[in-house]
Ligand binder design. Structure first.
Ligand code: SF4
Length: 102
């Protein structure tokens, strides 16, 4: 019994590296969003929400977190979770507007 409870109570020896996780998330965002390409016509006759503003928000978040990592600052797990959640929602909204493939 002691060895089983030890595995639950023992702290992991390797802490999750939030810098690497944020780096990975930013790479994914860069790969899936047309960042800094606002010359590409995004305005349409009918919009669901404003995809232009959503993409601008995504660009600002991306640039902000790239700068944070460049300064060797460490994001929290909450920061990563929040950005991941926003990027999923915005990707869905841009897909609904036909700007990105679902
Ligand atoms: S709602 Fe936004 S994306 Fe759509 S036409 Fe207006 S500014 Fe452009």
């Amino acid at each position: 019994l002691t060895s089983k409870t030890d595995s639950f109570t023992k702290k992991p020896e390797i802490k999750p590296n939030t810098k690497d996780a944020m780096e990975h998330l930013l790479d994914q965002i860069a790969q899936h969003f047309p960042l800094n390409k606002l010359d590409v016509s995004i305005c349409q006759k009918i919009c669901v929400g404003c995809p232009k503003k959503l993409l601008q928000y995504m660009e600002q978040e991306y640039d902000f977190w790239r700068e944070v990592l460049a300064k060797s600052e460490t994001p929290t797990l909450g920061d990563i979770h929040k950005l991941a959640k926003s990027s999923i929602k915005i990707h869905k909204a841009l897909s609904n507007n036909g700007i990105l493939k679902p």
